[in-house]
Design a protein around this ligand. Structure first.
Ligand code: NAD
Length: 289
């Protein structure tokens, strides 16, 4: 195991994902110190008073220069902008990792902006944990316990850097998987991005059709379960759909084909086809808890 207790962690973007990591690391005394930076001064003072970090500062250069590990947790389209801001101050032994939901954008930004030495310390990642809540007040030190973290190191990344980031995540109770970034983006398009699109779309469609949203008074548990994620942050999801549009369109198109077949089965009352689809889905769904 790697020793992190003499290192400084800098979290940039003190919202749900960054704030939760900072808080969990601080409470478990994983690092020597934890610094925080966020776009708004108010977020930084909240992070300090909520006990998420040891210090905040608006002097990004000073924070980056002394950081051993930097965790970027800003919306995905802001990640390349922040990477460009910190790049001039990165030491060659500073590890840069992130929690962004789409890895292609982050990998591309790293390859464009970082030097060869900095790329050795570059470990893109994505925690498969979260919620429909956002912002600094949503930070939760238990968020990552028993959740999976996917790391997507590139060819240039040194194994030692992956080890440090893995150790950080394991220390806050998470499990770490390693995956190629493009495979990650395809998998998450299917398991996360498509379901969010369907939830946003369904709630929006019904709300347009129903005066005063009266229809939702009659929504039962199934509707609530299915649409919880439609309360997610619009900016974050706007970024994800732009960043991962290619993989999303691929899975969306095959979904639409299947939905169309089901529509036709309903139109002609093809009960056999419907039963077949529902049965297959039931078995697949019962396969995971
Ligand atoms: P959030 O809105 O809760 O937090 C983002 C924080 O970044 C905010 O404090 C915001 O002020 C700050 N910020 C925005 N632009 C910035 C900039 N240019 N410089 C510095 N700070 C900036 O969002 P979140 O849910 O924590 O998401 C952060 C990242 O984690 C996103 O890339 C998202 O894709 C990813 N992610 C989210 C979830 C989830 O369920 N919410 C799960 C996994 C990964």
């Amino acid at each position: 195991t790697v020793n992190l207790t003499d290192k400084n962690l800098l979290v940039i973007g003190l919202g749900l994902i960054g704030g939760s990591l900072a808080k969990a690391c601080r409470q478990n005394k994983i690092f020597a110190s934890i610094s925080g930076f966020s776009r708004k001064a108010e977020t930084m003072s909240d992070a300090l008073s909520l006990g998420l970090v040891d210090e905040v500062s608006d002097d990004l250069q000073a924070l980056v220069s002394k950081a051993d590990v930097i965790f970027l947790a800003v919306p995905i389209l802001s990640t390349p902008i922040v990477m460009a801001q910190i790049q001039p101050y990165l030491r060659n032994d500073t590890i840069v990792t992130d929690g962004g939901s789409v890895k292609g954008t982050v990998v591309k930004a790293g390859l464009e902006l970082l030097t060869d030495a900095q790329l050795k310390m570059f470990v893109p990642g994505h925690p498969i944990a979260g919620s429909e809540r956002s912002g600094v007040t949503a930070a939760d030190e238990h968020l990552y316990i028993d959740h999976r973290i996917i790391l997507t190191p590139i060819a240039e990344t040194e194994p030692e850097a992956v080890q440090v980031v893995s150790q950080m995540w394991k220390s806050v109770g998470a499990e770490v998987d390693i995956m190629a970034w493009d495979y990650h983006d395809e998998v998450l398009a299917a398991t996360s991005h498509l379901p969010h699109m369907l939830a946003f779309n369904l709630v929006d469609t019904l709300s347009k059709q129903s005066e005063n949203r009266e229809i939702f008074n009659y929504a039962a548990g199934g509707f609530r379960d299915f649409t919880r994620i439609a309360a997610s942050d619009p900016t974050m999801w706007h970024d994800i759909f732009i960043a991962n549009h290619r993989a999303i369109l691929k899975v969306l198109d095959s979904y639409l084909d299947e939905l169309h077949k089901l529509r036709n089965a309903v139109a002609v009352s093809d009960g056999e086809y419907m039963k077949f689809v529902f049965q297959e889905a039931k078995e697949a769904r019962e396969h995971f808890s």
